[in-house]
Ligand binder design. Structure first.
Ligand SMILES: Nc1ncnc2c1ncn2[C@@H]1O[C@H](COP(=O)(O)OP(=O)(O)OP(=O)(O)O)[C@@H](O)[C@H]1O
Ligand SMILES: [Mg+2]
Ligand SMILES: [Zn+2]
Length: 461
């Protein structure tokens, strides 16, 4: 029997098998039902989210022998040819390797001829953003006045590199990343058909690594199923991917929290001896900070694909710091990326990085920071009011550093009595309160990371 990789074997063949991209599918179906087919479509979105798959199904829907339909038959010659990528009417072009003007000119020449078997000639240009400027210009000409039987589907992972002139002539569809939950349920379906058994954690471990790409998740599932025995555990996935288990990261954070340089260095030597890749470890730390920030800002567990325990741990660290401080630490981390990648001494870079982070953790320890978590447990209302402030106690004076937001000070002053009561309860002594305005800096790099993280989580924003 022919053996196919999962990602081809389970490639959806009908609209209804496509998961995650409900909006895209619904709109395309409506276009077919109402017979309102545009000349050109732009499918944009992260890798492995179904762009090519959807383009092929749409092409079948347009050309199926049974008539234009939202349920292509997959039995007729035309459907089969499209599935096997050998239809003469559905032409797939890889924009990355056919970037030049000559290829597009040739396309224009051929587009003049009627389709051979189907109703339409469908050009699917993958990675369309890779075309040269001249090629785009040539493409634009045919987009302006295409023969009625020619349809274009452009796919891209990078729509910002596609000229506006092209985009404005297309109907655009944004494919989104799949959430962890969605990937897990897709993997479970495949596992069932393949008689694989995985522990729940293993599914999540795979989904997390796939970062929204369904194809990547399928590939990892297949790889791990080849070498691991059943039931597949999350350690099997970790081994395969060389990822650093969450447990190790939490140990790292716990050392940082204790604030002892010697112990932190000892810990780093230990993980080096365990043979862990410093760069993988670095990536996990950065990833964790991102998670801390997201947890702190209320992104649900479900979207992050973490367990309840992990959520609590991240939450606790997040409560130690303000958003601003987390930004600062993440910036330190990002600045280490190149260094860690290219140095001959990544272990030393990791130590130096850890000491920079340690400074932040020690500051909290030495300066009597009162965490929002503690305040929350006494009064959720006051915790809400004190959100995004830093609260430090020094010699019976509690300094509350607030962000320069209009009206913030007034709100704080209005609640001064209640705040004092809560702090008194926590510290078990009489205190004075001082409100002090903090300075804010713009952190561009970080806001970019943040946007990237939210990609595909539109509805959760
Ligand atoms: N939305 C989806 N529903 C079901 N399976 C999917 C989906 N997206 C991707 N897959 C799986 O991943 C495989 C690859 O998908 P596809 O080639 O369509 O992705 P793509 O978005 O075109 O990726 P790339 O940008 O890398 O070209 C499919 O064969 C299928 O197994
Ligand atoms: Mg593709
Ligand atoms: Zn058909």
């Amino acid at each position: 029997m022919e053996r196919k990789v999962f990602s081809l074997k389970y490639r959806p063949k009908t609209f209804d098998e496509i998961c995650v991209q409900e909006v895209v599918v619904r709109t395309l179906k409506n276009a077919i039902l109402n017979n309102k087919i545009h000349n050109a479509y732009l499918f944009s979105g992260p890798r492995g989210t179904g762009k090519t798959t959807t383009a092929r199904i749409f092409a079948k829907a347009l050309n199926c022998e049974k008539g234009m339909t939202i349920n292509p038959c997959n039995q007729c010659e035309i459907c089969k040819e499209i599935d096997n990528s050998n239809s003469l009417d559905v032409i797939e072009i890889d924009g990355a390797s056919n970037r030049g003007i000559d290829e597009i000119r040739e396309l224009r020449e051929k587009a003049r001829f009627n389709p051979i078997k189907g109703r339409f000639k469908v050009y699917i240009i993958d990675e369309v953003h890779m075309l040269t400027t001249e090629a785009f210009n040539a493409l634009l000409k045919i987009l302006e006045e295409p023969p009625p039987y020619v349809k274009f589907i452009f796919a891209t992972t990078n729509p910002s590199k596609v000229p506006k002139t092209i985009i404005s002539r297309c109907q655009r569809f944004d494919f989104r990343k799949a959430t962890c939950e969605e990937i897990v349920s897709r993997l479970k379906e495949i596992a069932k058909k393949e008689d694989l058994i995985l522990e729940e954690d293993a599914y999540y471990q795979i989904a997390k690594r796939a970062d929204g790409a369904i194809r990547d998740a399928e590939v990892i599932l297949e790889q791990v199923s080849v070498f691991a025995s059943l039931p597949i555990k999350s350690e099997d996935v970790e081994k395969l991917l060389g990822v650093v288990p969450e447990r190790i990261i939490f140990e790292y954070f716990s050392e940082l929290k204790k604030g002892d340089i010697k112990e932190v260095l000892k810990f780093l030597v230990r993980i080096e001896q365990e043979g862990r890749d410093p760069f993988e470890f670095y990536k996990s730390i950065l990833q964790s900070f991102r998670t801390i920030l997201l947890v702190k800002n209320g992104l649900p567990k479900k979207a992050l694909g973490i367990t309840e325990e992990e959520y609590q741990e991240f939450n606790e660290i997040g409560n130690l710091f303000s958003d601003q401080e987390i930004y600062e630490m993440m910036n330190i981390l990002i600045n280490y990326e190149r260094l860690l990648k290219y140095t001959s001494f990544p272990e030393i870079a990791l130590e130096s990085l850890s000491l920079s982070l340690l400074k932040y953790f020690r500051l909290k320890k030495e300066m009597g920071i009162i965490s929002l978590g503690k305040i929350y447990s006494v009064s959720p209302k006051i915790a809400g009011i004190l959100e995004d402030t830093i609260i430090k106690e020094v010699d019976n004076i509690v300094n509350i550093y607030y962000q320069p937001i209009k009206g913030k000070l007034i709100i704080l002053q209005e609640h001064e009595e209640e705040i004092r009561e809560v702090l008194k309860k926590i510290l078990n002594k009489e205190i004075k309160i001082k409100f002090i305005q903090r300075e804010m800096k713009e952190e561009k790099k970080i806001s970019e990371i943040f946007d990237k993280t939210f990609e595909g989580f539109e509805e959760l924003k």
